[in-house]
Ligand binder design. Structure first.
Ligand code: TTP
Ligand code: MG
Length: 377
């Protein structure tokens, strides 16, 4: 473990802060909802929720996202549609057209590519760009960010928020700082102050569990984090603590990686209404298995490891895997293995709130192993 290797790690990883790069993080505003509002002007000024209408599904469904009008009522991503309806009964519910959103996401990516090939998409609506050397030879990353925002607005009639800084970690925080249609720049000399003021839960990569543990240590802000010795953080959090110590100091040197090779193909769903019955659970595993198989076939990938994830009503989460002798992309195989793994789990009478199926250990269909480089985290 990192802990055992500490004396070496401190020699090997001195605090070097690379401030030579110019990184932009772009994140679309209320993405799915904004696309719907653009395509149907009658939605303007109305609260819009992307998710199944609970009145039509008997209360089932989860909010994918919602526009800023709906957020005023406290509606947010991952909330059950039922609760969203209770908070905002006059909202317009839209089930969502995901292939359309993906298409729009690709159009946005094409705009990024005019400026640089160093684009790392993080999701359908979010990407990092390294514009240190860009195709237009523009010195100012702020100017590039403004041009991208302008292009997206002019051509696609959509707004996004941009963050500009010297690394990905801070650029992402910056894009979130003033939404919607914001542009936030954090210069190297401003980073420390920016981070000190930030609540610890905003630090990228800090999940709910870590927030609790950090709060237990009386760490609420970046400034609090700055006071904790490196050894203490590594001792409590391992690798994650090592990164936190550096992030508190504005250090995060990971490069923008274009066309990152996918390491796994997964599908998971959260259920507004808990699943108790084995048949229902297996039917949902089957749906996830089908999506995984379809995606593997479409992208010409095969994998040897099948993982299922189960989250229970108390939020305890299990993942269990099985390795096959031979790689597959076959629906029947993925489904059968997913069911088999589920059968092997310990009995648990609490309801299931989330199920996922993932195919990993991927290789190209024709059999080429992934480069070692792709296996890095
Ligand atoms: P986000 O960028 O997190 O959200 P957003 O673009 O809707 O809103 P914001 O202005 O705060 O950036 O996610 C991008 C899209 O991903 C979002 O439009 C819908 C989808 N999504 C889900 O389907 N489920 C989720 O839980 C989240 C967070 C997002
Ligand atoms: Mg967004």
């Amino acid at each position: 473990s990192l802990h055992d290797a500490l004396p070496i790690s401190m020699l090997e990883f001195p605090l070097i802060n690379d401030i030579s790069r110019k990184i932009i993080h772009i994140d679309m505003d209320a993405f799915f909802a904004q696309v719907e509002m653009r395509d149907d002007p009658s939605l303007k000024d109305k609260p819009v929720i992307i998710g199944h209408d609970p009145r039509k599904t008997g209360g089932r469904g989860v909010v994918s996202t919602c526009n800023y009008e709906a957020r005023k009522y406290g509606v947010h991503s991952a909330m059950s549609s039922k609760e969203a309806y209770e908070r905002c009964p006059n909202a317009v519910f839209i089930s969502g057209n995901y292939s359309h959103y993906r298409e729009v996401g690709m159009q946005i990516r094409e705009i990024f590519k005019r400026y640089t090939d160093l684009v790392e998409p993080m999701s359908i609506d979010e990407a990092y760009l390294d514009v240190t050397l860009n195709k237009l030879g523009i010195k100012s990353a702020v100017k590039v960010a403004k041009l991208i925002q302008y292009d997206i607005w002019q051509e696609l009639h959509l707004t996004c928020s941009a963050g500009v800084s010297y690394n990905k970690f801070i650029a992402k925080l910056a894009s979130d700082f003033q939404k919607p249609a914001g542009l936030t720049v954090v210069l190297p000399e401003e980073a420390q102050e920016f981070l000190e003021k930030l609540p610890i839960e905003k630090f990228h990569g800090v999940g709910k569990k870590s927030v609790e543990r950090l709060h237990d240590m009386e760490i609420y802000t970046g400034a609090d984090l700055l006071k904790i010795p490196e050894m203490t953080l590594i001792d409590r959090f391992g690798r994650f603590g090592f990164d936190l110590f550096r992030k508190a100091r504005g250090i995060s040197n990971s490069p923008v990686r274009p066309n990152r090779v996918r390491k796994s193909i997964g599908s998971e769903r959260t259920y507004g209404k808990l699943l108790y019955n084995e048949d229902d659970i297996k039917a949902e595993l089957t749906k996830n298995a089908r999506r995984v198989a379809e995606s593997a076939q479409k992208t010409k990938k095969v994998g040897r490891i099948i993982v299922i994830k189960v989250r229970y009503s108390d939020f305890s989460t299990l993942t269990k895997r099985m390795t096959l002798d031979k790689s597959t992309q076959d629906f029947d195989t993925i489904e059968r293995i997913a069911h088999t793994i589920f059968d092997q789990l310990e009995e648990n009478s609490s309801g299931v709130r989330l199920l996922g199926v993932t195919l990993t250990g991927l290789e190209d269909q024709e059999g080429r192993q992934l480069d070692l480089d792709d296996l890095e985290s």
